[in-house]
Structures are given as C-alpha cells and as structure tokens.
Ligand binder design. Structure first.
Ligand code: ADP
Ligand code: MG
Ligand code: ZN
Length: 627
C-alpha cells in the first residue's frame, strides 16, 4: 500500500478520540482534587452530624470550596482515622464558622490548575486537534488537484500574482531575438516617458502579444522588461485563472487589473495565455463555461482602461493560431511580436550569453557549435552548454573542450550513446548502410557535407551519419531536396547492392518514411512536380487543439491518384540513380567500410582524404536536373 499522510491521519483519528477520553477522565480530575486518597464518600448532612459529634479531626478544602477531604475517627469508622470525601454545597459560609467553633484544623487548597491558560488549553485541546487534522486533510486534497479545499481560496488571488520588480534579468541576457527586443525597448520608453508620445497624439499600445515556439525566450524577455523598466511587474500564468469553480477566474482577472491600475505605470504579464484565451465555442467537447467567462472578463478589462493609463499588458503563447480572434483585434493586443527559433547569428549570440559564466577551452569555436545546431531554441542551447559543463566536470577536466560539446550535441539530437556492436554480419551491414548515406551525401553537389559517420549506436539508431549545413537554409531548392532524398536512400541502396535484394533489413524504415514525406511535400506543397504549381495540402496541424477540424486536402480523387504516382516516380527515380552511384564506386565503399569497422567513426577530413585517394566516378548534375 502506498503511504500517505491522509490515510495515516484517518486511521489515527480513533486513537486521538481515545486519548481525549483518557485525558478527560483521569488527568483533569487529579489536577483538581487528590481523589486517590479518599475513596469513601460521605453526604454533607452526615458530615455536619460528624462535626457535632466531634469526630472530625481535620478538613482539607479543595476545588474552590466544592469538595472537602476530611479526616475523621469514630465508632462508625471502626475507630480508625479515615480520609473521606464530601461534596460541599455552594454558599455554605457558616460551615467555616462551625468548624472553627469546633476547633477543627481547616486547610484550603488552591486549584492545582492555577494557570487559567492551562485550563483553556485543556478544554480546547481536542477540538483544536480535530480542526487541525481536518484542515490538514483539506490542504492535502487541495494540492492533489481538486477538492473542497479550494473553496477556502475562493476569489482570493493575492498570492497568485507576484509583483516582482527585480528579476535580475536585463536585455543583454536575451540574445538572438533582436526584433522582439527592439519592440520591448520601445515599450520601456512608453513607460518611462509617456509624455513624449501623448504630446503628439500617439496612443500607447495596451497590449503586446509574444508568439513563438517553446524555449525561444518569451518568458525571459518579459522578465528582462521588468528588470529594465523599473516599474511594478505583475506576473501570472494563464493556467492560474482556470479553476474548478465557475467565476473564480473572472474574479481573479478583475482583481489583477484593479491592482495594476492602482500601481500604474506598470506591466502585467500573462504567461501561456492560450490556457484562457482559446477560441470560444470550439474544441472537442464543446465550450468551457469557466474559461469563456474568464476570457470575457479579460476582454472587458482590456477595453476598460484607456491606452494612456500606463498599464501595458504583455502576454506570451506558443499557439497564436488557437487564440480567440477578439483578443487579437487592435485595441487589445495591438502588437504581435514573433519570437522564432534563432538563425545562425542568433545561435551564436545566445551561445555567447550562456558561455559567459562557463570555462571554455581556448580552442573551442562557438561558431562551429552554432553551425552544428540548426533548429535549436535558446533553451536547447542553454541546455547544451550545461550538459557539456556537467560532462567536463565528470571527466575531471578544467575547461569545456570541443569533444564534450560534440558529445552533448549528439546526445541532445540523437539520444544516449549505446555500446558498440560486436564485429559480425550485422555490424558490416550497418557499416555499408551508413557509408552509403555518407558517400552519396558527399558526392552530390547540392548536399550538405558530412560531419562524421559512426557505428556507435545512439538512441534508436544503430549507426549514424551526421551532416552539417553550410549555412542557414530558410529557402531550400528542388535540387537540394532531391539530393537529400538520394542521400537518405543511400543506406538501403548500399544494402541492396552489396548483400542482395533479399538481405535488406528493416533498419531503413525511418529513412523511407523521411523520403516519402519529402517527396510528397514536393508534390503537394511546393509545386515541384509535373502536376504543376499547386498547393494541394497544407502543413499538418494538430486536430485536437486547433480551429480547423476540416480535412485539409482539397482535391479530387483523380488528383489524388496523380499525386501518388508522382511521389512514386520521384522516389523510384532517385533510388535507381543511387544504386548506380553505389555500383560505380564499389571499391571506394569497401575501403570506407573497412576503415569504419576498424575505427568506429570516420570524420569529414578522413572521409574526404580517402575519397580523394580513389578514382571516383563523378555524379552528373544532370541526374538531378532530369527529375
Ligand atoms: P519560453 O519562450 O518558452 O517562455 P523561456 O523564456 O522560458 O522560453 O526560456 C527558457 C530558458 O532558455 C531561459 O531561461 C534562457 O536560459 C534560455 N533562453 C531562451 N531563449 C533565449 C535567448 N533568446 N537568449 C538567451 N537565453 C535564452
Ligand atoms: Mg514561457
Ligand atoms: Zn539510414
């Protein structure tokens, strides 16, 4: 069974009840009267008679005059001195007189529980314990996600948004997103010198929406603006608006803007706004009442203040496409700033920022790392340098060198390194497969150069061929795509040529997937086939979260057949050409495979050197132009 505080408490409740009764029954009376020495009792009337008879020797009064322990001796008591307990009625002042007249020793004992506080604690002990236990249980169930505990924080959002003036982050910490930075510097100017804008009749924008993929520095930018503008900064995450109870989100929005207006000029930052700002009335399963109310409140609030009150709302999302259109219209988030995955220069700048506090070897070229990491976001790059630093520390080295950086890049892209295969047929087959990729990639003019070929497994792959793009390619030509298709087919083609048609393996399945997808996109998206320059399919989008649920293919069955035919043509043509290149260069391939099996890894230098030593049958560029 899983241990949990909740079950422990539930099970221990009966125990507390028992403890309580023991407490009430034993502990409390003994603090008041020494009852253990007076087991026998006597009525008040009999006591008075005893006084008259002169049988009483001593009276001890306890309990504020409610109880007396008497020492008596008499024939009824067997002529022995006995201690007897007597309950005294309230208001019997003449008793004392009577006792004094009979010359009996009287002694009054104050309550043992002198401290009234102690008394209070005694009486409150159990209720407090019970309430405390219950509150504890509620809190536990609350943090588990739902439950009645949330009722306690109803509409109270004070703790949820923070006013942080000092994030410790400045614009210099954000690199590679220059347009967004410019935009934000402008916002800082709005806040610092609003007059220069209002003087010429300009309206200060109310909202700036930051859009971009995860890890590109949106939250970082918002923190930097807080650090630079020196104004109060209210930060809340969109998901914090969404609560179990309908209306809580809306009241939180109201609360937030009220606070903001009191503190103007200031910045309100709503991170991950898609949590509330999603298109209303769509999505599978119908609309969400609570979210709609929250969004409506947000819209109302944003309309409710004038542009010049000094409140600027910044929101961030990575899904601008699913945001409600009403949020995006001018007058709310007037400005949209796109923060995209950085290009080569951007990566270089980000790497420099994060390398500042790290010890790097002198021969490390940040340029090379930036080149090797196309598609990495700012967060990926920060992670990369950190991984390399960890690896360096593990190797007990003084500074991060290129080998740790390389290993970290490989690991982030392709996964953990596995143990190399033992020499054998399958290792040979994998070697031919990888050399196939590498050789075709090298021989084709339009292809990126090979960085290295390796037989050390990583992640799912048993062997890998790494290519480095020469420069950032935002526009890719038809010839380049065809070269990629051919290089990707090189692995399977090598298996076929060397081991025969029946010996090919499943290892190429991932390659074939990529090839088919590339070929299909050439036909349906880029107009690179004989069907003509038509856009027949749009980029795939997730049907679960987005707006459009409609099928995004808009063509007839006839066109569908043509598409399939074209895709098949492209792939088969490329395949045939690759087979020919491999057959033409068989001697070179055998040599490369021998080296690869012996050394496990061939780098670009070694590869080019070996190729230059052999007579290579050149690949005609017409191969590609014919397609
Ligand atoms: P998101 O866009 O998802 O909000 P974050 O701003 O949270 O991304 O970025 C996460 C981390 O990645 C940052 O704390 C920072 O270390 C790093 N990072 C991301 N983008 C940049 C950038 N442009 N410049 C410097 N560091 C960045
Ligand atoms: Mg973020
Ligand atoms: Zn392959």
């Amino acid at each position: 069974m899983k241990f949990s505080w909740k079950t422990l408490l539930l099970w221990s409740l009966p125990f507390f009840v028992i403890v309580f009764f023991i407490w009430q029954g034993f502990v409390m009376p003994t603090t008041n009267v020494n009852s253990n020495i007076a087991n026998s009792r006597m009525t008040y009337g009999r006591f008075l008679e005893y006084i008259d008879m002169g049988w009483i020797k001593k009276v001890d009064i306890y309990d504020n005059g409610h109880t007396a322990i008497i020492e008596a001796i008499g024939p009824e008591l067997g002529n022995r001195t006995q201690k007897i307990r007597v309950e005294l009625p309230t208001g019997s002042p003449d008793l004392i007189t009577k006792l004094r007249r009979a010359q009996i020793d009287i002694n009054a004992h104050p309550n043992k529980s002198i401290n009234p506080l102690w008394n209070l604690v005694n009486n409150l002990f159990f209720p407090i314990l019970l309430l405390g236990g219950l509150a504890f249980l509620f809190r536990r169930s609350n943090s588990a996600g739902s439950g009645p505990g949330q009722a306690m924080s109803f509409g109270k959002s004070k703790a949820l948004f923070q006013m942080e003036a000092k994030t410790g982050i400045i614009f210099d910490d954000v690199a590679g997103v220059d347009e967004a930075k410019e935009e934000f510097k402008e916002v800082v100017t709005f806040l610092k010198q609003p007059d220069s804008f209002t003087a010429v009749g300009a309206k200060i924008p109310k909202g700036v929406l930051l859009v971009g993929p995860p890890g590109t520095g949106k939250t970082l930018l918002a923190k930097a603006i807080a650090g630079e503008a020196n104004v109060p900064f209210f930060s809340i995450s969109g998901s914090e608006f969404v609560e179990m109870f309908v209306g809580v989100g809306a009241s939180r929005v109201r609360d937030l803007f009220k606070k903001a207006k009191e503190n103007a000029p200031c910045i309100v930052f709503i991170d991950e706004i898609d949590a509330v700002g999603r298109q209303r009335g769509t999505g599978i399963g119908g609309g969400n009442d609570e979210r709609e109310q929250t969004l409506n409140q947000l819209l109302t609030e944003m309309d409710g203040f004038e542009g010049n009150t000094g409140v600027i709302v910044i929101a961030a999302t990575n899904r601008a496409d699913i945001l409600d259109a009403a949020l995006l219209r001018p007058g709310r988030f007037d400005r949209q700033v796109t923060v995209d995955v950085p290009d080569l220069n951007g990566r270089l700048a980000i790497l420099k920022v994060h390398a500042k506090n790290k010890k790097m070897d002198n021969n490390v070229s940040i340029q090379t790392i930036a080149r090797r990491t196309p598609g990495f976001s700012g967060a990926d790059l920060a992670n990369l340098l950190n991984e390399a630093a960890i690896l360096t520390a593990r190797k007990r080295k003084q500074a991060i060198s290129i080998s740790e950086l390389d290993a970290s890049i490989d690991r982030i892209i392709a996964g953990m390194e596995g143990t190399p295969l033992v020499n054998g047929k399958s290792k040979r087959l994998i070697a031919y497969h990888e050399v196939g990729h590498a050789l075709i990639g090298t021989l084709l003019n339009y292809h990126d150069p090979v960085q290295k070929v390796t037989l050390i497994p990583r992640g799912q792959a048993k062997g890998l061929t790494w290519f480095t793009p020469e420069d950032d390619q935002t526009l890719i030509s038809k010839a380049q795509i065809l070269s990629r298709i051919m290089a990707t087919l090189g692995g399977r083609a090598a298996e076929e040529v060397i081991f025969g048609n029946t010996e090919v393996t499943t290892g190429a399945s991932n390659d074939l997937q990529k090839v088919t997808s590339m070929a299909r996109q050439m036909v349906t998206r880029f107009g690179m086939s004989t069907i003509g320059p038509l856009s027949l399919e749009s980029e795939e989008s997730s049907p679960f979260l987005g707006r459009s649920l409609n099928n995004n293919s808009e063509y007839s069955d006839e066109i569908a057949k043509k598409i399939d035919k074209q895709v098949q043509n492209i792939v088969c043509e490329c395949h045939n050409k690759v087979i020919k290149i491999i057959k033409d260069n068989r001697i070179l391939i055998d040599k490369l495979v021998d080296i690869l099996i012996e050394q496990e890894t061939i780098d670009r230098y070694m590869l080019e050197k070996t190729i230059s030593e052999y007579t290579v049958v050149p690949v005609k560029n017409t191969y590609i132009q014919q397609l």
